[in-house]
Each structure stands twice: as C-alpha cells, then as structure tokens.
Design a protein around this ligand. Structure first.
Ligand SMILES: Cc1ncc(COP(=O)(O)O)c(C=O)c1O
Length: 375
C-alpha cells in the first residue's frame, strides 16, 4: 500500500512506550503513580463549564467565523496586550483546536521544503514532527538544562536556510524560564536575519517567583513573532482542545487558509467556554498555581535530599532531574521497582535526565518520592 514518506519519517514518541507500560500495569491492578502526564489534575473551573453548557442550550451549535468568535478574538487581543505586553488587535489572532494545532498551522503557514527551523533542546516532543510535516528541517540546538541560558551557540546554528526559531518558555520538559538576556539573544538573531520566532507560551500563567516575559513584547519583535498560547494548562482545559496564535497578519492569514480547509474552526460552544475563562473570575488560575507551587517545592526538596541535581524549575509543572547514564533504563527501573512512571529525557533530546510531572496530588507525590527514595 502506498503510504506517505513524510508521515513515515515521524517516529512515534519514545515517551509512549513507558506510558503504555504504566497504563498496562494500572489496568492489571498495580498501584502505579503516574508522574508522566502533561496535564493539570484539577477540574475545569465551574463557571467555564457552565458557560459552555449554556451556549449549547442556547443552540450555539453552528459554524462560527473561521478564525474564531469575534468576542473571543477581542478577549485574546486584550489579554495579550495587557498581561503579555504584546501590541495586538483581533485581526492578528486565530483561535485553534488547541495550542498544538496552532503550532502545526504556523509551520504550514511559514515553511517551504528544506527550510531550517532552530529548536532549542531539551524540547517538547511535537515541534520536530510539526516541522517535518511542513517539509522543514529541524536543527536542534542544545541548551544546558541546569542554567537554561542561551549562548552564542545559537548564532552558530543560523544558516542561510534558517527561517524560524522555536522558543518555549516556561519549558516543557524542564520547567525552566528564559531570562531577558536569553530572550534578547533570540530577538537579535531574528531581527538581524529576518527569521520568524515561534514562541510557545502555553505555560505563561504558571511561574513561581520569576517574571515570564513574552518574546513579542521585546522591541521590534511583534512583527517577527508568532505567539502560541491556549487554555489547556492555565485553566485545566486539556480536553476542550482550545488554543490560539497571534502574530504578523500575513502569517495569521495563511494559518486561517490552512484552518479553513482542515478543521474549519474551533468548536463553537467550546469557544464560549474559552471566552468565560478569559473574561471571568481568574482566582481559580491563581489557586491552581499556588497548589502547583506547593507541590513543586515539595518534589524539589525531596529530590535534593536524594542528591539529585535539577533544572531551575521556575515554571510549568515539571521537575527535570539529572540521573546520568541511560535515562530510559532508570525510568524503567522506577516503573518496575518503585511503581512510579516518569518520562525519560531522551524523548526531549536530553539523555541522562528524567521529567517528573508534579500535576498530581501532594499525598501521591509524597508516596512517589518515598518509593523512589527507597530504591
Ligand atoms: C510546550 C507545549 N506546547 C503545546 C502544548 C499543547 O497544548 P494544547 O493541549 O493546547 O494543544 C503542550 C501540551 O502538552 C505543551 O507542553
């Protein structure tokens, strides 16, 4: 059977193997503590769910404008201009079926065959595949996870085929947050070479005592940056599949073309939930952030007590731990002997590291750390 070599070139994620084993053990009744998932364990705040249900009852079940409900585009522009300091208007925004869909569309909109895209590693698992699906070539540039400071190595990775650079801060998998100096280096590279930045800021609301600066807020970057964000992490809305991109109008217009021939639009009543999320009570976001912070401190303290070195976990809900050597073997041992599922760093181009998601209740984290400490 004829199959696409483009899709064939995308390997299924290495993370899935351990996650699948963890699930199989759980199904067999084994008490596995899963610290491998990238989603909040909280319920979506009730006022958001209520707004969606009301929209359904009102009959908001028809097509909406392709880039999103006008009120939602307006709300995203307002939040981006206010909180993120990104000069923005609704015509520079597109609402998508999750942040991942926005990333995929942005790659489709910007890249031509053979175009190179710099990806800072450790990196989230879907950037490479999204680049390859757009016939681009990912160029992975390692950043030291223990500092997460960019250096001139970034400049050396730029060639005359470089068209885009992907930045993700706060980072999945490391939880680290890029400082102004590092963001400034990215901005210099983009401005000097006319390169577009894709800045994935899906964890921007989840930072702990450090500022999260939007790349597009730096001088001259608003027309060179496609900012990706969404509802999944801040509002515990992973299953709603709702996200957005904002950026230069030509890129957003091309993304709208892609969307018009693929999903058509984000789901109409789901967008009403998103509108309630952005315009309604923000206190649940802060409550969840505080809970994550408490768990973060606990996990980091326990790991330090066991002698592990970790990346600066200033954001998101991940601790990134240096275990040295064969991280897949270590993750397997944690699963087999401690019944604790984590993700090997190799999945993020960071062999010798493990990603621990602390989006799990404190008692379960305590139990998990006790089990690992007893190994
Ligand atoms: C860095 C990063 N970007 C994007 C996404 C995708 O988010 P969404 O659920 O909105 O598609 C994730 C989810 O794991 C993520 O960690």
């Amino acid at each position: 059977m004829n199959l696409s070599s483009r899709v064939g070139g995308i390997a299924p994620s290495a993370t899935l193997a351990i996650a699948a084993r963890a699930k199989a053990l759980q199904r067999a009744g084994v008490d596995v503590i899963s610290l491998s998932v990238g989603e909040p364990d909280f319920d979506t705040p009730a006022h958001i769910t209520a707004a969606c249900i009301e929209a359904l009852r009102r009959g908001e079940t028809h097509y909406a404008p392709g880039t999103g409900l006008p009120a939602l585009l307006e709300a995203i522009a307002t939040v981006s201009t206010g909180r993120n300091r990104i000069p923005c208007s609704p015509d520079r925004v597109i609402v998508t079926a999750g942040a991942k869909d926005a990333i995929h569309q942005a790659m489709q909109a910007v890249l031509n065959p053979g175009d190179e895209v710099i990806v800072l590693t450790p990196d989230w698992v879907s950037y490479g595949p999204c680049i390859r699906l757009a016939d681009g070539v990912p160029v992975f540039v390692p950043v030291d996870p223990t500092t997460f400071q960019l250096t001139d190595a970034l400049l050396e990775a730029v060639t005359d085929r470089t068209r885009m650079i992907v930045v993700n801060s706060p980072s999945n998998p490391s939880g680290a947050v890029l400082d102004r100096h590092s963001l400034g280096l990215v901005a210099d590279v983009c401005r000097d070479n006319g390169i577009v930045a894709l800045s994935d800021e899906i964890y921007d609301r989840l930072v702990y005592g450090v500022p999260c600066v939007s790349l597009a807020s730096l001088a001259g970057m608003e027309d060179l940056t496609v900012t990706i964000n969404g509802f999944s992490k801040a509002y515990a809305m992973t299953g709603w599949r709702l996200g957005w991109a904002l950026g230069p109008k030509p890129v957003i217009d091309y993304m709208a073309r892609v969307q018009s021939h693929t999903t058509s639009q984000a789901v109409t009543f789901v967008m009403h939930g998103g509108l309630a999320a952005l315009t309604g009570d923000q206190s649940p976001v802060e409550e969840m952030r505080r809970a994550f912070d408490q768990r973060r401190r606990y996990v980091l303290g326990r790991l330090a007590g066991m002698g592990y070195r970790t990346a600066p976990a200033d954001g998101a809900f991940y601790a990134f731990v240096e275990v040295g050597g064969d991280d897949v073997a270590v993750a397997s041992r944690w699963l087999d002997e401690a019944r604790v599922a984590v993700t090997p760093g190799s999945a993020f181009h960071a062999p010798g590291w493990l990603r621990i998601s602390y989006a799990t209740s404190l008692p379960r984290l305590e139990e998990a750390m006790d089990r690992v400490a007893a190994l």
